[in-house]
Design a binder for this molecule. Structure first.
Ligand SMILES: Cc1cc2nc3c(=O)[nH]c(=O)nc-3n(C[C@H](O)[C@H](O)[C@H](O)COP(=O)(O)OP(=O)(O)OC[C@H]3O[C@@H](n4cnc5c(N)ncnc54)[C@H](O)[C@@H]3O)c2cc1C
Length: 391
């Protein structure tokens, strides 16, 4: 599977003023555009590339609902409904397959049991060793390292290679919507977006430029401590027996998502993983994988933070992740068909950046690596006026 490679179509900017101009055709911008269309608004989307190539096509396609907490859990739950509605409208593949968290020790299982205590048995469905082994396609006599698992049924799956391009194509067919591809935004003021092709006018402007907020608003980005997080990713051929559409999470995932890290056993889990696999913690690993409908599997990831990302991918990091994925799948090795680096906005100050940078100009960036999960919830909250500006 490759991204579409049609020759560039001519671009003409809309002459009329739109109700809303969205800058950025990643999932956050597109979700806002879809929500605007639902409300009957005229929308122009301005995107510097010829198709979505940012974080929104480089991720796992995992709408990770249950592992969120507090405000993010509310937004993720709203987002789930928005995704399903958008999937029905735009014909997206979006199986309600959930996520399976694989436990390979008593401590990992304890974290899952504690989350079930908090959320209830419907939201966190404990799985036996054999149920977990079946989901992973592991042979019945090769399950000794599994302790069990938990299915989180509220989580959704989408294909990250297809979701944003398909949403953009659906949007472009709606009355009152224009998408200006290949058009770089160079500056923004109330009512006007300045671009490499001339001005675009709108009553309201939304900047959904992800980690590139610092290119347009460096001071605001610096004040919120926005950095670039880069992640090593790969696509592998799936072992024939692995056919689950659920996102597969592991112990290192439990160390990264708030719902797990808030459990009483989380500290013991960190100590345990540090004891047997410190090298995974050193690279900020979240060992997880998701299967695409063609049977290939997206695997990752590591996390490294800087204001400007290092372009070089350390093969040792990818090899470490691949070894761990192979262990979970119970195969000697996996065959890689693609590798890439993903980049998303990150901040230690908070999971979201929401700020009115001028009258009628709002910037929305997810600064916690869960933009696929939150996108449609953020869009709904933006239009309802319930999305609070970040302090
Ligand atoms: C490897 C990886 C794995 C991830 N896994 C998950 C996951 O499983 N679940 C989850 O919820 N999240 C995940 N994330 C995070 C998620 O992908 C991001 O939070 C989300 O895609 C951000 O969406 P966005 O629209 O803000 O950014 P982007 O997709 O990066 O889109 C921003 C767009 O703005 C455009 N743009 C920027 N500047 C300009 C300009 N000046 N003019 C015009 N256009 C401009 C860019 O070209 C780009 O298309 C992952 C991220 C990565 C990298």
């Amino acid at each position: 599977m490759t991204l579409a490679t049609a020759p560039p179509a001519p671009v003409s900017l809309p002459r009329d003023r739109s109700d809303l101009v969205v800058v950025g055709a990643g999932i956050v911008g597109l979700a806002h555009a879809v929500e605007a269309v639902r409300r009957g608004l005229r929308v122009t989307v301005v995107e510097r590339d010829r198709r979505p190539v940012g974080a929104s096509v480089r991720n796992f396609g995992h709408c990770c609902v249950t592992a969120q907490r507090g405000e993010l859990l509310d937004l993720a739950t709203r987002s789930r409904a928005g995704w399903l509605d958008a999937a029905a409208r735009a014909g997206l593949w979006a199986p309600e397959a959930g996520a399976l968290v694989v436990a390979r020790s008593a401590t990992e299982l304890a974290v899952l049991e504690e989350l079930r205590e908090e959320r209830g048995a419907d939201a966190v469905r404990l799985r036996t060793r054999d149920e977990t082994g079946d989901a992973l396609g592991r042979a019945a006599d090769d399950r000794a390292d599994l302790a069990g698992g938990a299915l989180l049924p509220a989580d959704l799956r989408v294909n990250p290679r297809e979701a944003a391009p398909q949403l953009a194509a659906w949007l472009a067919r709606q009355p009152g919507v224009s998408i200006a591809w290949g058009t770089n935004v160079t500056g923004v003021e109330t009512g006007t977006v300045h671009t490499s092709r001339g001005p675009v006018h709108g009553d309201q402007i939304l900047l959904c430029v992800g980690h590139d907020l610092d290119r347009l608003y460096p001071d605001e980005a610096a004040a919120h401590g926005i950095e670039r997080c880069r992640l090593s990713m790969a696509r592998i051929e799936a072992p024939a027996a692995f056919r689950s559409d659920a996102a597969i999470l592991t112990a290192t995932s439990m160390l990264r998502y708030d719902a797990f890290t808030a459990t009483p056993s989380a500290a013991a889990l960190r100590a345990e993983v540090n004891g047997h696999s410190a090298e995974l913690l050193d690279v900020g690993a979240n060992v997880m994988f998701t299967r695409l409908s063609d049977g290939s599997v997206l695997v990752g990831d590591s996390h490294a933070y800087d204001t400007t990302e290092v372009p070089f991918q350390d093969e040792a990091v990818t090899a470490l992740l691949l070894r761990e994925v192979a262990r979970v799948l119970g195969v000697p090795e996996v065959r890689v068909t693609e590798r890439w680096q993903g980049v998303y906005a990150s901040s230690r100050r908070g999971p979201l950046f929401v700020r009115d940078v001028a009258t009628g100009v709002r910037a929305v960036s997810v600064t916690s690596g869960v933009g696929m999960t939150l996108s449609f919830g953020l869009a709904a909250a933006t239009f309802e006026g319930t999305l609070r500006a970040t302090a």
